[in-house]
Ligand binder design. Structure first.
Ligand code: GLY
Length: 343
């Protein structure tokens, strides 16, 4: 097992190559009461019900983004009250990104904050959602508009959990891994060629990229924005698709768009732009989007919580591993980049 340390409001370890069952046993020894939050598919796949006892409760969450609703959060709080979860007790969130987001936010809000542990079960959860202390929920006003920076006590990365996933889910998660390759660690772009053989190293390297960024800029003053490479257009596509697409599928298109913008605004080599396409398509990820959607996407991008005064800002790269902040992109440049990715 390897520990990757993250410095945030407190220092904590991401335990890469840990075992989820041993982690839960260890946590149970250190707290008088444990509340495990997990979606049904994980409760069943891991046989979590067999762990239930007087000191360990399981709360089954709905699947997907539904678990990040006010209704689910209220149900979690009610359950916390029902089992008398105190400030000395703990929440353990086992699942994909939606589970660790809502689990962390439940921990941040119950009794004004109790300890919590993240055990991500998807690639995207392992390399992104569970790393970096962003917790939150969705509201009718938008995705992730309510939340807290609230780091876990530790994150357990158990590679055996990936066996619970369909191949499609793993492939979508690779979009975040590939993003880490382009913004910071180009070795990732070599290793993805044989991703099945290299999956553990790819996940570890991507966690290291995020850990290094978050440890310098936990509250997203500036550096952490590089993690949003591909996300400005990606988020707009997710919204236009009513959040029915996997996050990584929308981010894949966003990455190619950001690469084209980098070529137009920051002199990125054409060969590296094309490398985005060739790597993402190896994972059957989409790299084009509908021409007629442009105006609508532009509207969503302007309303994104990361735009400032409706001014569009993008993260691009000027070379492999060299992110740039594009603050003054003209509408012609945006339209040209979109022209190159649309069908
Ligand atoms: N997913 C981007 C971040 O955690 O900042």
């Amino acid at each position: 097992m390897k520990e990757i340390l993250i410095k945030a409001e407190h220092e904590y370890a991401v335990c890469v190559g840990a075992n989820w069952r041993e982690t839960v046993t260890e946590i149970s020894k250190n707290y008088s009461k444990v509340l495990i939050l997990a979606p049904r598919v994980i409760v069943e796949a891991l046989g979590l019900k067999s762990l239930e006892s007087k000191s360990l409760a399981i709360f089954t969450l709905p699947e997907g983004e539904d678990q990040k609703s006010a209704k689910t959060l209220e149900e979690i709080w009610s359950h916390c009250a029902q089992i008398s979860l105190t400030r000395k007790d703990v929440i353990v969130a086992i699942g994909g990104g939606a589970t660790t987001d809502i689990g962390g936010f439940a921990a941040a809000t119950w009794l004004r904050g109790i300890d919590w542990y993240a055990i991500p079960t998807t690639v995207a959860g392992m390399v992104d959602a569970a790393i970096g202390g962003k917790t939150g929920m969705n509201t009718p006003a938008g995705k992730n508009l309510v939340g807290a920076f609230y780091s876990p006590n530790s994150v357990c990365i158990d590679f055996s959990l990936l066996k619970t996933l369909p191949k499609r889910e793993i492939q979508a998660g690779m979009a975040e891994v590939i993003k880490c390759g382009f913004i910071s660690d180009p070795q990732i772009l070599e290793l993805v060629i044989d991703y099945e053989a290299n999956i553990e190293e790819l996940i570890e390297r991507s966690i290291q990229v995020k850990a290094d960024v978050v440890s310098v800029d936990f509250k997203e003053g500036k550096l952490r924005e590089i993690l949003n490479y591909g996300h400005t257009l990606g988020h707009a596509i997710e919204k236009r698709e009513n959040y029915k697409w996997r996050h990584g599928e929308a981010i894949s298109i966003g990455l190619v768009f950001a690469a084209e913008l980098g070529q137009i605004c920051a002199g990125l080599d054409r060969e590296i732009v094309d490398r985005h396409r060739s790597i993402l398509t190896r994972f059957d990820l989409p790299v084009t989007y509908q021409k007629m959607a442009f105006e609508e996407l532009l509207g969503y991008m302007s309303n994104d919580k990361k735009s400032r005064n409706s001014k569009l800002r993008f993260i691009a790269i000027s070379k492999l591993g060299e992110p740039v902040w594009l603050e003054e992109v003209t509408s012609d440049q945006i339209a040209l980049a979109y022209e190159r990715i649309c069908t």
